[in-house]
Design a protein around this ligand. Sequence first.
Ligand SMILES: Nc1ncnc2c1ncn2[C@@H]1O[C@H](COP(=O)(O)OP(=O)(O)O)[C@@H](O)[C@H]1O
Ligand SMILES: Nc1ccn([C@H]2C[C@H](O)[C@@H](COP(=O)(O)OP(=O)(O)O)O2)c(=O)n1
Ligand SMILES: [Mg+2]
Length: 240
Amino acid sequence: MWRRVASVSHLTFAHNSTVNKNACTFKCWEAFTTEIPRKEKTTYQTAKTPFITFVLGGPGSGKGTQCMKIVENFGFTHLSAGDLLRREIASNSADGIMILNTIKEGKIVPSELTIKLIQKEMESSDNYKFLIDGFPRSEDNRKAFEQIFGAEPDNVLFFDCPEDEMVKRVLNRNQGRVDDNIDTIKKRLKVFTALNLPVVNYYLEKGKLYKINGVGTVDEIYKQVHPVFSTFNFEKCCVD
Ligand SMILES: Nc1ncnc2c1ncn2[C@@H]1O[C@H](COP(=O)(O)OP(=O)(O)O)[C@@H](O)[C@H]1O
Ligand SMILES: Nc1ccn([C@H]2C[C@H](O)[C@@H](COP(=O)(O)OP(=O)(O)O)O2)c(=O)n1
Ligand SMILES: [Mg+2]
């Protein structure tokens, strides 16, 4: 279980990632043992810094597929913004209909709502390595995340894939998604170019972007992804 704390000035950073250290030393995470029986167990505090990777790319560029491989190889927790929003629709929550209509139109759900869902998952996770897939999809998403979390991602993957390949993959996806039809895809591609590419360029300028050629077999693509993570010693990433 993770809980955000306001002051973690005792933390040091044992890895050389490009984490926004000022932000992360201010808002970090505090972990408590989750061993049973929790109430009787002496609580000890360990401070850990989350390692956050944003995974970007157009619809059908292979984000989710490659995330599964990163999870297998590096033990990340995969948080797909789209999956969290679809779960919200399925749970008939108060925002469900609005989210459904937004997704059908190929538009972006208000940032605060998506961030709330991501934050809830992160806070209830024992892990400290997170792949946040399909987020941020707009500058508004990005700025709202930075404001709410007070932190930036450690790195950002961008799967670069031609539109015709993305359309082909999405139309063959067969997951029964309301947005996997040609009309919605056309809208999503326009939204991707207008709203998501500025985010990609932002992280490129910040030196955090890893541009991956999204064409090829899943394994060929993963060969480009693996080295991005194998350079980190995750065990030493955090202070226990
Ligand atoms: N390299 C690839 N070549 C062919 N098809 C792929 C490849 N990677 C993923 N796919 C397939 O394309 C579809 C979209 O992939 P997905 O990972 O869901 O993309 P995204 O999350 O970016 O929308 C899925 O049906 C997936 O199985
Ligand atoms: N940050 C996000 C992520 C997804 N959404 C909405 C709008 C997107 O078109 C849908 C589906 O997103 P998802 O990441 O699952 O889609 P792809 O995997 O790229 O095909 O969810 C959003 O509004 N804001
Ligand atoms: Mg996906």
